[in-house]
Design a protein around this ligand. Sequence first.
Ligand SMILES: C[C@@H](N)C(=O)N[C@H](C)C(=O)O
Ligand SMILES: [Zn+2]
Length: 234
Amino acid sequence: MRPYHQVPIIECGEPLVEIPLELFAVESPHPYEKLGAPYGEHSPYFIRESLIDNLIEAQSYLQSIHPNWRIQIFDAYRPVAVQQFMVDYSFAQALSERGLTQAQLSSTKRQEIWEAVYQIWAVPSLDEKTPPPHSTGAAVDVTLVDDNGRVVDMGSPIDEMSERSLPDYFANNSVEAQQYHSHRQLLHNVMLKAGFQRNPREWWHFSLGDQMWAWLNNQLIPTNSLTARYGRVV
Ligand SMILES: C[C@@H](N)C(=O)N[C@H](C)C(=O)O
Ligand SMILES: [Zn+2]
């Protein structure tokens, strides 16, 4: 359980629809599809319908500052089966990066690696009260692309299991690092202006209308008691 799981979900029934990809930049091929993640009837570029306007709004704010920059969609809807697949994949990756195999793993080491995995991945819960954020269709992983079509350097890649994923990791660092921080802040500002909230642990993860979004809003304004309007889809 994370603190945001205490937020009640009152599902509004809004449909999942495909993001109009021609309006945005897109990470392609999709990073998890290319690993063989088991998507069902919806592609990873689906999202709750009204969030499309919020994404368009965020990109308009961005383009009022940098006219030819675009928001790049890395990931959006993720069935729980894909969440499970990615959690297992990340655990296996972490093992191989450390030069370890399952057989050699002490229980302490195993626990340490699972903790690192769950620092950045939500638990693939099938409980309707604790859905993984992307399984609600109300979370997106995004970055920025500049006027030359190049991905803007945020100082660390999306999904890296390290401290560098923390949004303020580069806040008080060298001049080069300040650049990364200001790019992260730009992304944060435009998404925030369009109504999203950012995951406090990941510079790229934003949501609107799910439990994490409601919880973060309630933390900012303690007199609020927002509930989530999006629960798990299917
Ligand atoms: C790891 C990243 N892609 C992500 O989406 N993390 C959040 C916390 C999630 O799994 O919902
Ligand atoms: Zn995410």
